[in-house]
Design a protein around this ligand. Structure first.
Ligand SMILES: [Mg+2]
Length: 289
């Protein structure tokens, strides 16, 4: 089966203006020329996929529902100008103390500069990463592209965060971390249009991407599994059973004591102490899991 080409687009300062953590649909403002560029990518045979870090969810600044509403608005503004997005992937996770919402506090392989969102999209939409592009305004976008095996265009225009830090970069010329630079998304579209798709990627690169994808999927699955197992713990269950036996054996020792069988009483009390220690060990191990 022939795999499709895609253009991956960052969201903030690439498609829309970024006043900082957009929470409401009415804050969404397309940057100039964005709809035109999306139309051109699709006309050239590319799928158009947005990949965006949205740590505002982990920071407690907005919910995933609010984020979905913002993305619905983005889709409808583009659609009104004849430009369709194929998919939007976002990463709501963040590691460290700034993540105020515990559910989203984690190091995620989806968060750029990790390539997880690009790899997931490639698996979901049968995309050929070596013939695909990533366009964004930050080095982390370029790094995600490099790790996923895509070509990249760094936006350095007045709306991009690189407007000052890359003053000396020349449009169209490669610079650190990016294959190309452009001032606007329509200029980036011209670069994509001007480059013929690369030939089949080397087998080694394919194997590396497959391996990375497998690792990311395993990690996501184990995180999901851990979440679903939080309410049930085998260690806690074993600890409870040991505790029950400790009480029964202790009572059994009391019976032996009452019968003046001191040898049996001692043995039973020793066994009860051992069971109690096992209980404490199991509960501690469960807490430190
Ligand atoms: Mg950005």
């Amino acid at each position: 089966m022939t795999r499709r080409r895609a253009v991956f687009l960052d969201r903030d300062n690439t498609l829309i203006a970024d006043p900082g953590y957009i929470r409401r649909p009415d804050q969404v403002q397309l940057l100039p020329g964005v709809a035109e560029a999306v139309r051109r990518f699709r006309a050239a045979g590319y799928r158009v996929v947005v990949v965006t870090n949205q740590s505002g969810v982990a920071r407690g600044l907005l919910t995933e529902e609010q984020l979905e509403a913002v993305h619905d608005r983005l889709r409808s503004l583009l659609r009104a100008q004849g430009a369709e997005l194929d998919a939007i992937y976002y990463c709501p996770y963040l590691d460290g103390p700034d993540a105020k919402v515990a559910t989203y506090r984690r190091k995620s392989p989806l968060r750029k500069p990790e390539p997880g969102m690009l790899l997931e999209a490639a698996a979901d939409h049968q995309l050929d990463l070596a013939r695909s592009w990533m366009i964004g305004d930050s080095e982390r976008d370029m790094e995600a592209a490099r790790r996923a095996g895509c070509r990249s265009v760094l936006l350095i225009g007045s709306n991009g965060s690189h407007a000052e830090s890359h003053e000396q970069a020349s449009v169209g010329r490669p610079q650190s971390g990016a294959d190309y630079t452009a001032e606007t998304l329509p200029q980036a579209a011209a670069i994509v249009e001007g480059n013929e798709p690369m030939q089949d990627e080397p087998n080694e690169k394919k194997a590396e991407q497959t391996q990375l994808l497998t690792e990311i999927r395993d990690l996501l699955e184990s995180q999901n599994r851990r979440g679903s197992q939080e309410d049930f713990s085998l260690l806690r269950l074993c600890g409870s059973i040991a505790q029950m036996f400790a009480i029964v054996v202790c009572l059994w020792g009391v019976v032996a004591l009452a019968s003046q069988d001191s040898a049996a009483a001692t043995a039973r009390f020793v066994l009860a102490v051992f069971l109690e220690l096992a209980t404490i060990a199991a509960w501690l191990a469960d807490r430190n899991r």
